[in-house]
Design a protein around this ligand. Sequence first.
Ligand SMILES: [Zn+2]
Length: 197
Amino acid sequence: METHSAWYSGINKQVNKIKDLKGEKNLRKYKLNYLLCIAERVDSYSGFCSECQSFQKEITEIVADLSEFVQIPDDSARMPKEKHRVYFKTVNKITSHLQKQHNLVIEGQNLGLWISIGTAIGVAIGASSDSIGFGIPIGIAMGTAVGTYLDNKAKKEGRVICPREVSGFSKNTTIAIIILGLLILAGAILFLFLYRG
Ligand SMILES: [Zn+2]
């Protein structure tokens, strides 16, 4: 593991303090683990990427806002609306920069994309043959295979922004989608078997 800059160490310390003060609920709500992941990435690119360099300043600001909010002892206290909006806007902006400029992916990103592509291809196959309703599950199965392959490849190459991130597109969601795809496939096969055979 590479060593971190003083900037990252400071952010890490502050975010951990936020976790301690407001606990599990805010950990998920503000995706604090994910925030640390993007901070780590931005830190590693800041030496040669001017945008990442300016993101460091923005992360410092949103973490300061969050720190201020967690000082309020009342548990039902909410972050001011405008600051809440800026927080997520910043996280999303940095995420899309990491995806576009640094070729990183969100865990499960390829799976989601390829299931959509597979479904579209499946619809086309179904429409062009007499087996309407059979094309879609085949498309989903193909999309799942390609997407899973690409996600695993990205993981091996260390291009997943936050591999152990629990919120967002988690492993459970991935498994649920695969199971759903298989169920649809099984249903379609059963349908064809009953009505054709
Ligand atoms: Zn950058």
